[in-house]
Design a protein around this ligand. Sequence first.
Ligand code: SF4
Ligand code: SF4
Ligand code: FES
Length: 281
Amino acid sequence: MSTTTPPPPANPHGNVAPPPAPAPSNDVTLTIDGQSVTVPKGTNVLEAARTLGLDIPAFCYHPGLPIVAQCRQCLVSVEKNPKLQPSCQQVCGDGMVVHTTDKQSALARQQQLEFTLLNHPVDCPICDKAGECTLQKLYFEHDNADSRVDVPKVHKAKAVDLGPTVVLDQERCILCSRCIRTCDLVSGQHQLDFANRGDHEILTTAPGEQLDNPYSLNTVDVCPVGALTAKDFRFTMRAWELEATPSVCNGCATGCNIEIHHKHGRAWRLVPRHNAKVNDY
Ligand code: SF4
Ligand code: SF4
Ligand code: FES
């Protein structure tokens, strides 16, 4: 049998037809901190970095929610771009070169963290979120310094009853809006909103509303700090004392994936477990 490649077909004028154009790729390849990574088109830089094991700090970003890029904690440098970019909002481009540890972006994130902490109580020893709090983790990783503020901090309400299941500590809220977006998107009800401005801005219930939708407790799950606590769990157990067992919710036929957090033979809380095919986040 012959192994020679057949010649390309000729058109009616005897010219050889050009080879077919390659199918457009659905991937882009970029470099983050010197490492090459290929991701599907549309992926943001923060998620691309996570595939490399690089954990860019983030507060307002949640993979299951619309992106608002308002906390600015995830700023990175992108070559050929004069301004730092929020990596949660920056879509990956082919050939893009990103730096997350350069002096400029590291300083910006440190200053942003200090800004977020300006009026924060940092009362971690009595906070239910201690041990699983993004702000506490970043504070100890990146700053861990005494406050430079030499005027009294702005105080806000410590125990606001938002509805039947959730309590808000307004001082601990970092105004990331994850809870607002969760209500808007998941339950389709605008029950939470921001009020006031500047350092007096607070999270509160929307006019005429209370937080009573069936997914209210998911706001506690998405809150990156200890601002929202579940009435049936707050002040009961320390997060690090609980053991987690993967399970499936038996509340209805959907079969949402959950973790049962238990101790001493008792289930203390149920938290969502990611499963893209059933319940997403
Ligand atoms: S929200 Fe986080 S940083 Fe703030 S007091 Fe609670 S554990 Fe500490
Ligand atoms: S309560 Fe939590 S989730 Fe809601 S805006 Fe404040 S920090 Fe964000
Ligand atoms: S996580 Fe990117 S701006 Fe908040």
